[in-house]
Design a protein around this ligand. Structure first.
Ligand SMILES: [Zn+2]
Ligand SMILES: [Zn+2]
Length: 228
């Protein structure tokens, strides 16, 4: 059965999204449409932060994440691999845990070397890893939200470039920006004490979170009008 359990890993979630949404996504949406939906629900989540509406933030954040996974599937990217390469239990910029970018005013990206033994094996472990790198008591939820918006913009920019010129290095840039989005997605969740594994389990206990079928049968209009 197409379902997700809280202790499963990112790859399993990616497989679930493929199983539930590849058919409707391939028929109904371009890559650009997928990104627009990710953006739309990310911004709705930010509205939830501004209005201090945790329920709204949670739900929209998870839906945005599922749309990002749809793009990842369309482009045949292994998100778990990309995230680990960018964040091997260290800040991708200063190379430290906890991140010391602010204090040390790092201006150049350090090379980060992965240590396989520390690779998280489930979504809760990834969430914990990000909390250890980017400690949530060092920022407000609004700050985390602004950073998420920034990364959403960079994902769009990278996809725009790639769809224009189709160069391998531009595809690699998309991977990096998707990983950065993931880090901020976990960042917002950590700032608001949202348990991502649990939220995804509650939404995806049976197929699509709206029609509960696999493949999803939600039509274009229904999705376009989804207000959460
Ligand atoms: Zn850092
Ligand atoms: Zn559906």
């Amino acid at each position: 059965m197409a379902s997700f359990r809280r202790n499963q890993n990112l790859s399993k979630f990616q497989e679930l999204i493929a199983e539930v949404y590849t058919l409707p996504d391939d028929r109904l949406y371009s890559v650009w449409d997928l990104v627009t939906h990710q953006q739309r629900f990310t911004m709705r989540a930010l509205k939830g932060i501004r209005k201090e509406d945790l329920k709204k933030t949670k739900l929209n954040l998870m839906i945005a994440f599922a749309w990002q996974m749809a793009t990842v599937n369309r482009l045949h990217i292994n998100l778990e691999e990309v995230v680990w390469k960018r964040f091997p239990a260290l800040c991708s910029y200063c190379g430290k845990k906890p991140c010391s970018c602010k204090e040390s005013k790092v201006t150049k990206r350090h090379k980060v070397v992965s240590r396989k033994s520390q690779k998280p094996n489930s979504i809760p472990e990834i969430q914990k890893m990000f909390d250890e790198i980017y400690q949530s008591d060092q920022r407000t939820a609004a700050d985390a939200g602004v950073h998420l918006a920034e990364e959403m913009g960079e994902v769009s920019e990278a996809i725009l470039n790639y769809l224009g010129q189709h160069q391998q290095k531009q595809l690699d840039e998309i991977k990096e920006e998707l990983a950065d989005y993931v880090s901020c997605f976990f960042g917002v969740a950590n700032s608001l004490s949202i348990d991502i594994g649990r939220e995804l389990e509650e939404m995806f206990y049976k197929g699509c979170h709206t029609c509960h079928l696999a493949p999803c049968v939600c039509n274009y209009t229904k999705v376009a009008q989804l207000q959460t």
